[in-house]
Design a protein around this ligand. Sequence first.
Ligand code: ZN
Length: 276
Amino acid sequence: MRIPVIAVSFLALFAVNALALPQESRVPGGVALLPLTGINTAQPPSTWYRSNRVMVVPSTDTRLAEQSRWVAVIGIPLSAKPAKRQHVRSEGTSFYFSIQEKAYEAQYLTVPNKRHVEPNPEDVARWQRERRKMNQAFVAWSQPAQAVSRFDLPTQGPFSSAFGLKRFFNNQPRNPHSGLDIAAPKGTPIVSPASGKVVDTGDYFFNGNTVIIDHGFGLTTMYCHMSQIDVAIGDQLKSGDIIGAVGKTGRVTGAHLHWSVSLNNTRVDPTLFLSE
Ligand code: ZN
């Protein structure tokens, strides 16, 4: 039997990244690795969760490979309800998985600029425009030759705020923390933690100077509060390329990098993607 050349080359491409999947954590804000049992397509099957396309990679992990040829790598939103079964569709077949509760701690912060806590109508309109622009970057779907599913750290410094914290700014409840904060002095270089393409830059109301990188297959990363941006939309990056520097622009209490990781347009815990 002849095996189609395209299928062979595709699998060979992914073999380079064998066993480099994110750490699984089936909780709100975590990642599910779901074997797509019974789907035997030659190419990665088109797979959807909550109306977003999902990353699918060949099962190179022996435990998963016993169950299926393909594994969906699914970002679970912080707002997901553990009581509800999660529904995934792939090539006309329904798959389900369940998630567990995770208790995220509360964090109380005092920000000096009151407009960052109680924005005026102009600020709100600006933020809504900016959010739409950023959202386009998060929903982008690209299929680069080199798939990415693990990251190096984008800057050096202590983790100062974990992902998922329930947040209170000047004692008022706000959205939970959608990224990981790394504290570092202003000017500390920020590098791309993997190969990717710059798909958005801007000076945003809450996020300050911001860069978004598309790593392909629905995986994107965002860098906020930068003092400077050294890349432009369309730039192709390799792991370790400098994209800018740590700063304190936007809604901050001090200089740090806010780093978000998004899978299927869902912000998830960046630490699940770190290589040891
Ligand atoms: Zn942050």
